[in-house]
Design a protein around this ligand. Structure first.
Ligand code: ZN
Length: 185
């Protein structure tokens, strides 16, 4: 992608070498167009051996059952984003425990997806009626007969048959690091 003018200061952009990679950069200010990226977050909420799923009411993936999730916001910690998304989509309150899976999709918009195991707190699954039109907890056996998205089937296996607990949220790090969301082994 090439921009003629800087989106920050409006001056002309040029191609410049950054450690061997040509990048579109501003001739006046420090702005560099590093690339196009998006980051998704997904929730794996398990209750009594069943995984929380929602049925997508909109494209992409309309009619498919997936785990709740969404895209991160500029200034919102990712743990808060996924807790909010779970509540908005399904009416269920759950809190982040571990990062249990990561998906990498390098493409025109390079997407990284982070999946969290989450502890169920409260609420009966109830669809928001807009993004999703059905919600519930389902066992592996029940999912076999459902229109579950391929990637969600993979995540369900992680959620229900994971071999390790994953990276745990470190809410009391040994060093004071304000503004950091930390997950560690
Ligand atoms: Zn500029």
């Amino acid at each position: 992608m090439e921009a003629k003018f800087c989106s920050l200061c409006g001056h002309a952009m040029e191609w410049r070498d950054f450690d061997g990679t040509m990048r579109n950069a501003c001739t006046q200010c420090a702005f560099v167009h590093w690339g196009n990226y998006s980051i998704g977050v997904g929730a794996l909420v398990v209750k009594d051996g069943k995984l929380l799923l929602v049925r997508r009411a909109q494209e992409p993936g309309k009619g498919f059952w997936t785990n709740p999730g969404g895209y991160i916001e500029q200034l919102e910690p990712i743990a808060e984003t996924i807790e909010r998304e779970v509540f908005e989509e399904s009416g269920v309150r759950a809190v982040v425990q571990n990062i249990v899976a990561v998906r990498d999709q390098p493409r025109s918009i390079h997407n990284v997806y982070i999946a969290f195991s989450m502890e169920y707190v409260a609420g009966e699954p109830k669809p928001d009626g807009f993004e999703v039109d059905a919600a519930g907890f389902f066992s592996s056996q029940e999912m076999e007969g459902m229109n579950v998205a391929g990637f969600t089937r993979w995540l369900a296996d992680v959620a229900l048959h994971g071999r390790e607990p994953g990276l745990a949220a470190d809410r009391k790090p040994i060093v004071d690091l304000p503004g950091y969301g930390l997950f560690r082994v």
